[in-house]
Design a protein around this ligand. Structure first.
Ligand code: EPU
Length: 420
């Protein structure tokens, strides 16, 4: 078992390069199975546990995988031998549900274990199922797995009841090879949704409107391999922006798309931080005391739920009261119980956290209760007095590549230790 040990009190300074987006990569890898001929060469893939897990699932389905380097994979899906994704790995991660849409599109049949993922709330897939059924698939859930089959898939108009990243991408995958046109309404507009649509279009799909409220997909007869590079990770970038502000540092975050970070930049500016945008970088500095603000998470372009937890750490140590309202997940304040061990003044009422900024946090032994909570606790350790030890860091490794190395390069005192 490993832990991260952080000795607080540093001021982060320097440059940090952002990796490819986790939530784009974990959809693009399963989407590669749609190529019935040719290989997909995918660059800028983050070197994280969720990606390693997907590589193993792809192999188990019969895909050829050639790891060109730590961030580039060549995937040959021309000879897939199985439509059965029922392993412990599939159960462990969320994005494995993209194999349902992908296999259904290409083979009209799939059996995929129900997905796991971070314990941040009930995570239904009813909207995915509604989409598959509208395209003509029969969907059953038995023995903990989703089974889908269809004689053929036919384009349909689908209006999602909730804005869902997963359902938008999954039904988009299924519709790429359907007969006729599919119109998806009330879709998610996150940058990774657009990235997956761009990837599918590079494979020969005909998808228009990704990034708006309506996506139109004209079915094509087959998709082929392509070369593609994953977009930069909006959430990893936001995490470093917040860490820079929290330590009153001076950090330039490179390989980002500043437009994707606007809601985070706007909140940091409202708090009193200085944000300078370049073409593909953002510099965060602080020259005066920061003050509390209110945060309400919302689908893109709103404030991302995945940044709410790191942001609440920063808010716990600035002057004044902040109110953090989580509208996407019903159980995404668990990290605040950990933060209380470090001296934070927080009251959680349902989906709302009321935070009164304290003068100081003090190091403690805390848990990474989920992925973004883990990154949040690293930031807490950086701004606390003394030593913080973070347990259960396998959550962090699922989504942040080389987190301790990146923070160390900015001047943090952070090490990974092994414990029995
Ligand atoms: N929802 C339904 N029915 C569905 C699908 C979703 O009611 O069929 C609800 C969910 O319960 C939730 C809301 O819709 O209240 C949004 O869920 P969404 O489907 O958008 O979430 P997801 O696709 O399961 C992805 C990211 C999450 C991120 C959310 C929201 C991946 C693998 N995961 O999850 O990322 O929080 O979108 O942006 O892309 C993370 O990276 O730490 C993470 C949890």
């Amino acid at each position: 078992m490993e832990r991260l040990v952080v000795n607080g009190g540093c001021t982060l300074k320097g440059e940090v390069n952002i990796n490819g987006a986790k939530n784009a990569a974990v959809a693009i890898l399963p989407a590669a199975i749609l190529a019935s001929e040719g290989k997909c060469i995918i660059e800028n893939i983050p070197d994280i546990e969720d990606v390693h897990c997907l590589e193993r699932i792809l192999r188990s389905l019969g895909c050829g995988i050639n790891k060109i380097d730590d961030n580039t994979l060549e995937i040959d899906a021309s000879d897939i031998t199985s439509v059965n994704a029922c392993t412990e790995e599939v159960r462990r991660m969320r994005a494995s549900y993209y194999f349902i849409g992908g296999l259904l599109a290409r083979f009209k049949s799939a059996r995929v274990e129900l997905p796991g993922g971070c314990p941040i709330g009930v995570r239904p897939i009813d909207q995915h199922i509604k989409g598959f059924e509208a395209l003509g698939a029969e969907v059953t859930i038995e023995h903990g797995a989703v089974a889908v089959k269809a004689n053929k898939l036919i384009g349909a108009n689908i209006f999602f009841d909730v804005v869902s990243v997963g359902a938008t991408i999954n039904v988009m995958l299924a519709a790429t090879l359907a007969e006729g046109t599919t119109i998806l309404e009330n879709v998610a507009k996150e940058p990774h949704v657009v990235d997956v649509a761009n990837f599918l279009n590079s494979m020969g799909a005909d998808i228009k409107g990704a990034g708006t409220d309506i996506i139109r997909i004209k079915g094509v007869s087959a998709l082929r391999g392509c070369n593609y590079s994953v977009i930069p990770d909006q959430i990893e970038a936001g995490t470093f922006m917040i860490a820079a502000a929290a330590t009153r540092g001076d950090v330039t975050i490179t390989n980002v798309i500043p437009k994707h970070l606007e809601s985070i930049s706007a909140k940091l500016i409202e708090m009193g931080a200085i944000i300078e945008e370049g073409d593909d970088c953002i510099r965060v500095t602080v020259d005066k005391p920061l003050k509390g603000v209110n945060i309400k998470t919302a689908p893109y372009p709103g404030f991302p739920t995945d940044i709410q937890q790191p942001m609440s750490i920063l808010l716990s140590k600035v002057s004044g009261r902040s109110i953090v309202t989580e509208t996407i997940w019903e159980n995404r304040h668990k990290h605040l119980d950990e933060l209380k061990k470090m001296g934070a003044s927080v009251k959680v009422e349902g989906r709302t956290a009321i935070m009164d900024g304290v003068e100081k946090l003090t190091g403690a032994i805390v848990k990474a209760t989920d992925l973004r909570a883990g990154a949040a606790m690293v930031i807490a350790g950086l701004i606390a007095e003394g030593r913080t030890e973070i347990c259960d860091i396998e959550h962090i490794d699922r989504g942040y590549p080389h987190i301790e190395r990146k923070f160390r390069e900015l001047g943090a005192d952070i090490t990974r230790i092994r414990v029995e």
